[in-house]
Ligand binder design. Structure first.
Ligand code: 3PG
Length: 194
């Protein structure tokens, strides 16, 4: 979460585009890559991106135990979920693989803390009440740190990142267009941390 101010959330349909995309992101300074398990190609995308020097590749949208196992088999170095269930949480925490589950309310955070977690994805960040909601939620959970994701853009990221408990934000805005454009957007995202 401290490697870069932004974790790009990637939805990649074609594994052939995975390596150039990861290279473009790493060239721009974004090394931590969240590959969502929302496409048939996702596991191959993880394998391909893992071959890119400097890339730290994880799986996102992990909602079931079998997906977790497949993602780890493919080489995922961290796991992101949109929410947190006891069942999936137990399995992933027990495995020792770094885990960033989604939370949207106090009960979610409490469930995570009972599992020994204190790093969370605040999701869906804008729809769940935006920065105002996160500030209210974070107040009682002073040990918790967050990666808000969902509806965040280059323009709105600074206000989120200015809030101390926010270590990074996630977003899909970095991708799209040419690989040169991806690298430029990645560089701009890195500058958010300056
Ligand atoms: C996610 O999967 O974390 C979100 O769908 C990404 O949200 P965004 O597309 O609004 O950045």
């Amino acid at each position: 979460m401290r490697t870069a101010p932004v974790i790009p959330v990637l939805v990649v349909e074609d594994a052939a585009t995975a390596r150039p995309l990861a290279e473009a992101l790493v060239a721009g300074g974004l090394r931590v890559l969240e590959v969502t398990l929302r496409t048939a190609a996702a596991l191959d995308v993880i394998r391909e991106m893992k071959t890119v020097e400097g890339a730290i590749v994880g799986a996102g949208t992990v909602v079931r135990e079998d997906q977790f196992a497949q993602a780890v088999d493919a080489g995922a170095e961290f796991i992101v979920s949109p929410g947190l269930t006891q069942r999936l949480g137990d399995v992933i925490v027990e495995s020792g693989v770094p885990y960033l589950p989604g939370v949207a309310n106090a009960g979610d955070i409490m469930r995570g803390m009972e599992l020994g977690l204190n790093r969370f994805k605040f999701f869906p960040a804008e729809a769940a009440g935006g920065l105002k909601a996160l500030k209210a939620l974070a107040a009682p959970f002073y040990e918790a740190r967050f990666c808000p994701t969902g509806g965040i853009t280059q323009a709105t990221a600074p206000e989120w990142l200015a809030f101390d408990p926010v270590l990074c934000v996630g977003g899909s805005w970095i991708t799209g267009g040419s690989m040169e454009e991806v690298t430029e957007r990645a560089k701009a995202a890195v500058r958010l941390g300056a």
